[in-house]
Design a protein around this ligand. Structure first.
Ligand code: FES
Ligand code: MG
Length: 590
């Protein structure tokens, strides 16, 4: 056993060269019943980063899964330590949970680095909990494994599947059209929240958990299991067992989260119809890992990939159906057989992607479709640029053929159309004025929102999915294209161009757009152009007075100062230089 690698935790609890300091570290951990024997036995100490709490209902299932992960860690010969992570609750956090991903990242890095951990279980669920955890795992680079919390069970409305999260956008339209009253509105929401778990549509939460698995960071099949299913507890147990083995194998995130693994993620995101929030989150993880990745990769690698997963908001089914059909392994097997992903990438299981998914064919071809007869033939993002921004994302399926056909800029070319801009300064302005008849909004308009990026909001809010005026909805036009420098909820299927970077408050020309301006969308060339002269654009820039930015909290001020743009992952820029912190020697505390 003398070639057994000395564990990092032994530097705290078993430091024979400095018994005085070891005694200091050790003694307080005895006070709830741990023994000196255990802590000095050379067994791996495993942290469980707990993201669930009463204020994080999407992740609250982890109060139970953490117990099963503990069992697994113990049975495999490790010692578990559960600790809290800064909470991130997508739906309730004001002004936006967009502020929390980087804050949770910072906190988790300090905990992983500063305490005696040999490996970490990352509990994930609600949208930004997954990227925050993986960004920290990338920076610290200790053996780490993702344990998803899983979606809520399938939910129904009027006898048909209706996803939590997605139903709220429909309910708002029905309320606006006068089809339901306040009680009816509330009943629609209640009927889609049936169990613990995160959103059960292919919104940002399910997307990010699927992508963590596609990246190789969770055990195969982990992402799709609904939160209350018995397999969720079993997966937690296996995850606990596996992290102890990973410590012995010294299997690190840097071996798993490689450029090829990130390419797999882009392909899988198209195939599952993943959220438009995936690109900034995935790029942030790559940046912290030191893997080269640019926003254009999403079009380059992902655009041609077909939509295989028939889940809401684009398709019909929900998380439970996705799980029954085989979830991520079945999707990846289709993609592997079509030669679209790298099968050799290593994963937390210790095996390759190809080994993990062997024999895991789709069990329901209505939910996970064959590669050659998909729901949509090209499902990736288009990365648009032009004189309003350097990069913005559009889901290929985003703007309907019907809308495009009406406003063609050249006869016969359905991929080039013009629209009249209606501009709002943030969501408050939108809510105040959307029903203002003076705006003369009709079905040739695009609704534009600005001041909503990482600096503007701050934190970048999910506000680009705006709906048309009530009168238009009542008349049967339920959607208009939208554009903005904010983000959009992954549960919304609004036709949008979003994440525009640079944002209006970082020097982007979106700031100079005026209501009534004509904008040309040339999707053949991935261009968006404001149709005014260079001269006029310069004159507007010269006359531009940026609005005053008011910071509501110390963190808002710090975040505004250091956060990059969405097209670049919206990381704390200075933080991406830090690597391998788990291996750096630390000063003692006393
Ligand atoms: Fe938390 Fe959707 S609000 S997962
Ligand atoms: Mg959201």
């Amino acid at each position: 056993m003398d070639d057994k690698k000395r564990l990092r935790s032994e530097d705290w609890f078993n430091n024979l060269s400095d018994p005085k300091i070891t005694a200091l570290y050790l003694e307080r951990y005895l006070n709830y019943g741990l023994t000196r024997d255990e802590l000095q036995s050379g067994r791996p100490l495993i942290g469980i980063a707990q993201t669930g709490s009463d204020i994080s209902p999407c992740n609250r299932i982890h109060l139970q899964t953490a117990e099963r992960a503990r069992d697994g860690i113990r049975d495999a010969g490790g010692i578990p330590f559960v600790f809290p992570m800064h909470p991130i609750q997508e739906s309730c956090r004001r002004p936006t949970s967009g502020l929390d991903r980087n804050l949770a990242y910072l906190g988790l890095v300090e905990i992983m680095r500063g305490y005696p951990f040999d490996g970490i279980v990352l509990t994930t669920g609600c949208d930004k909990t997954t990227p925050a955890a993986l960004m920290a795992a990338a920076t610290v680079n200790l053996p780490s494994i993702v344990l998803s919390g899983g979606p809520m069970v399938d939910s129904y409305l009027d006898g048909r599947l209706a996803g939590a999260g997605t139903v709220i956008w429909e309910a708002r339209k029905r309320l606006a059209a006068g089809e339901i009253d306040y009680d009816g509105f509330m009943m629609m929401l209640e009927s889609t929240t049936l169990s613990p778990g995160h959103c059960n549509t292919m919104g940002t939460a399910l997307t990010m958990n699927c992508l963590a698995e596609a990246l190789g960071m969770s055990l195969p099949g982990c992402a799709g299991i609904p939160a209350p299913f018995r397999q969720r507890g079993q997966m937690a147990y296996q995850t606990g067992r596996r992290i102890v083995e990973m410590v012995h194998e010294d299997l690190r995130p840097s071996e798993i989260m490689t450029r090829e693994a990130f390419e797999n993620v882009v392909v899988v995101n198209s195939a599952i119809g993943g959220s438009t929030n995936a690109p900034p989150h995935i790029q942030a993880i790559a940046k912290h890992m030191g893997v080269e990745m640019v926003v254009e990769d999403w079009q380059e690698i992902g655009y041609e990939i077909p939509l295989l997963v028939n889940c809401q908001p684009t398709g019909d089914f929900l998380g439970e159906g996705f799980h029954r059909a085989g979830a991520v392994p079945a999707v990846m097997l289709e993609l592997l057989q079509a030669g679209r992903i790298h099968g050799g990438c290593k994963t937390v299981s210790g095996k390759s992607v190809a080994e993990n998914i062997s024999g895991r064919e789709s069990l329901d071809r209505q939910v996970i479709m064959p590669f050659d007869s998909p729901l949509i033939p090209q499902a990736g993002f288009m990365v648009l640029s032009g004189n309003l921004f350097d990069a913005a994302l559009m889901k290929t399926s985003g703007i309907s053929a019907k809308f495009r056909k009406r406003y063609l800029c050249e006869p016969g070319n359905e991929n080039c159309f013009d629209a009249r801009a209606i501009v709002f300064e943030g969501p408050e302005d939108y809510h105040d004025r959307i029903n203002d008849a003076a705006l003369m909004i009709d079905d040739s308009c695009i609704l534009v929102i600005r001041g909503c990026g990482p600096i503007g909001y701050p934190g970048s809010a999910e506000v680009v999915n705006m709906q048309p005026p009530d009168e238009m909805i009542a008349a049967g036009i339920s959607e208009l294209p939208t554009m903005g420098d904010g983000r959009q909820s992954g549960t919304s299927s609004s036709p949008s161009i979003l994440n525009a970077s640079p944002e209006s408050l970082a020097g982007g020309n979106l700031a100079l757009l005026e209501t009534g301006d004509m904008i040309r969308f040339d999707l053949n060339n991935s261009r968006v152009e404001l149709l005014i002269s260079e001269h006029e654009l310069h004159a507007r820039r010269d006359a531009y007075q940026p609005p005053e930015l008011i910071n509501g909290s110390p963190w808002e001020e710090l975040s505004r100062t250091y956060t990059g743009q969405l097209s670049d992952g919206a990381c704390l820029d200075f933080a991406t230089a830090y690597r391998n912190l788990g291996d750096e020697p630390l000063r003692h505390s006393h």
